[in-house]
Unconditional design. Structure first.
Length: 346
């Protein structure tokens, strides 16, 4: 889930970003967003708020990118730009999961600037066979102050009242749900639904895109569609057959729906300890051309040999948007997170 809230850049960090930029900024980067929401609709838990960018902040970032002279390119152009570096630094914009606000708020802004972006879809959200549980968890925390449920022979009882207490309970529940296999996750959410009296479908389904929405996006010049899995499980929770079902199955489904190949993939719920040769080979066998990780980092020519383990720069909605993006793009922030390694993959 989301990291702790970043602090505003100090004058030392601003100087360091400038000095380190020639070494750490690379020749390109992949920027990652999740949700684009007006301020009044944003989450009250910091974990979910970290996934959100306001339309005003997205416009500020895209305006800065344009004024700075960067090339905004499609994922389909990525290998060529890495293998034969040329021109200005390039940026690919990506959006994860498939929220309805992508269509309502993000797409009009990318149209306004004439910039392309890629949308990594969790097809289980489209099929309504799985749901963004982090949104449902926040709904439970906002509408209830106490939950008690039985799970695997134990009674679990939780109380909260303040936003700080909600954030604390969220941080305890989230890893439990996130690392579960698909069947266990469904049972956990059913137990929460029974205890809270709140329907996950009523909470989550209005938040995510439909297949009808995908038909609209598939016909738009600005959007490239990719895959983020089916139920968004952690890779560690899947065996070899599960990897094939969750990562190749959605590709075939989306290709059948839109009538053209899908070449791009984002590893779901992946952390450094969970992504290895097994996962990369599964993506290669599924005939994806690119795959992006959660590892923070800029791109360098050597990444042309690591197209299935590309780092990204994740916007954090708990930080001032443009200053935070500039710290990411300069290479300072990802380098500090990577123990000052310049080139990273997994």
């Amino acid at each position: 889930m989301a990291p702790a809230q970043p602090s505003p850049p100090s004058w030392i960090e601003k100087i360091a970003s400038t000095l380190l930029r020639p070494y750490f900024a690379g020749i390109g980067c992949i920027a990652a967003l999740h949700r684009v929401l007006p301020e009044a609709q944003r989450s009250r838990t910091s974990q979910n708020r970290a996934l959100e960018t306001t339309p005003a902040d997205l416009r500020a970032i895209l305006d800065w990118v344009r004024r700075s002279g960067f090339d905004v390119i499609r994922l389909d152009e990525l290998r060529g730009r890495l293998a034969e570096p040329r021109g200005a630094k390039f940026i690919c914009f990506t959006i994860d999961d498939g929220y309805r606000d992508t269509l309502a708020h993000a797409l009009p802004i990318f149209r306004e600037f004439g910039f392309p972006f890629a949308l990594y879809l969790t097809t289980g959200f489209l099929d309504r066979t799985t749901r963004p549980w982090w949104c449902y968890l926040e709904k439970v925390l906002l509408e209830r102050e106490h939950i008690e449920f039985h799970w695997e022979g134990r009674v679990h009882s939780w109380r909260w009242q303040t936003d700080a207490e909600r954030t604390e309970v969220f941080s305890r529940w989230a890893p439990w749900i996130e690392t579960a296999d698909t069947a266990t996750r469904h049972r956990l959410l059913e137990a929460l639904a029974h205890a809270s009296g709140l329907d996950p479908a009523a909470t989550c389904d209005p938040l995510v895109l439909t297949w009808e929405d995908i038909a609209t996006l598939a016909g738009d010049w600005h959007a490239t569609l990719g895959i983020h899995g089916t139920p968004h499980p952690a890779a560690a929770a899947l065996d070899a057959a599960g990897l094939d079902a969750e990562w190749l199955g959605p590709k075939r489904e989306l290709e059948a729906r839109i009538g053209r190949p899908v070449h791009h993939f984002a590893y779901p719920s992946e952390k450094r300890s969970r992504l290895g040769v097994r996962e990369i080979e599964a993506v290669r066998d599924a005939d994806y051309f690119t795959a992006v990780t959660s590892k923070p980092g800029n791109l360098f020519p050597k990444h042309a040999w690591h197209m299935l383990s590309l780092p990204r720069l994740f916007l954090d909605g708990t930080a001032p948007a443009l200053p935070h993006f500039r710290r990411l793009e300069s290479g300072y922030l990802p380098a500090s997170q990577n123990r000052w390694k310049r080139f990273v993959t997994t």
